[in-house]
Design a protein around this ligand. Structure first.
Ligand SMILES: [Fe+2]
Ligand SMILES: [Fe+2]
Length: 277
């Protein structure tokens, strides 16, 4: 069975038409009759882009949240305006309060901008687990990703709220989606706070018999140092990844680096990008 992934919302629009870009990420995964929304973006572009991409959001019954940042979860309130019951998968820490520290030291809230009880009142049924979750045949989550590489040290500008200790936020809730295509895996990243290579290492442990063919989504390489960029490119080549689609927190400079290093293995996974595996 071919599985199709469509980028519904992210920072850049790559196809012609009336689509909108916004800082965040959201993709639709279609596996047979199953439709899964992976993240929701910030919420300004979801309804608009779904309409112009011909996606019926009312038919979606499953949502997976990559982590609890507002640029991936803000669209929940738009999705649940129809009050339809839907399953929402993710990690138990997604509702932690979280902050981004600006250069002037001020901290801006960036956690999920709605309470769990509010979303449940709108129809959300949360199915939260630290471990991998099976979403439907051919689609599962990585669950919590062990941090094993020395060069993926996380984003130093991200902090937890005071009720969670107020220290550096390691985003233990960061998970990715594993799509089992006909000839190998597509790993769909939200923000890759766990580190792309940690995520791929964990994926290979979960599914050792299946090669990772495609990696796409937010890589966070735009917010990472030179060593992480160099080691990530080298390791993806060593693993034989055939296609790398950059979105969101990869950034323009990070995307340019990946394109220069990977050549025709690279693609922009902007709004409207479609990949089938
Ligand atoms: Fe993000
Ligand atoms: Fe994030």
């Amino acid at each position: 069975m071919k599985i199709r992934v469509t980028v519904v919302s992210e920072n850049s629009v790559i196809s012609s038409g009336n689509l909108l870009g916004e800082h965040g990420f959201c993709a639709l995964v279609e596996a047979g009759d199953e439709k899964i929304l992976f993240d929701t973006g910030r919420g300004y572009a979801l309804i608009h882009n779904a309409r112009f991409l011909g996606i019926d959001l009312g038919s979606i019954e499953k949502v997976v949240l990559s982590h609890g940042h507002s640029d991936h979860t803000g669209g929940l309130v738009e999705l649940f305006k129809d009050l339809k019951p839907r399953e929402v998968f993710g990690h138990p820490d997604i509702f932690f309060s979280r902050f981004h520290e600006l250069p002037n030291g001020a901290r801006r809230p960036i956690g999920i901008p709605f309470s769990r009880s509010f979303l449940e009142g709108q129809g959300a049924r949360f199915i939260l687990s630290k471990g991998p979750q099976k979403i439907c045949p051919g689609v599962s989550t990585t669950g919590e990703v062990p941090r094993v590489t020395p060069f993926e040290t996380g984003d130093p500008t991200l902090f937890l709220g005071a009720e969670h200790g107020g220290g550096k936020d390691h985003l233990l809730d960061d998970l990715s989606l594993i799509v089992e295509g006909e000839e190998g895996l597509l790993v769909l990243l939200g923000c890759a706070h766990a580190g792309v290579i940690n995520i791929l290492t964990h994926t290979r442990q979960l599914m050792p018999d299946k090669p990772v063919r495609v990696v796409m989504g937010g890589t966070h390489l735009g917010m990472s140092g030179e060593e992480q960029m160099v080691e990530t490119i080298k390791t993806m080549k060593d693993l034989g990844v055939e296609k790398v689609g950059a979105s969101h927190c990869t950034g323009l400079a990070g995307s340019a680096r990946l394109m220069a290093a990977l050549g025709d293995r690279f693609f922009f996974a902007g709004v409207g990008a479609v990949v089938e595996v």
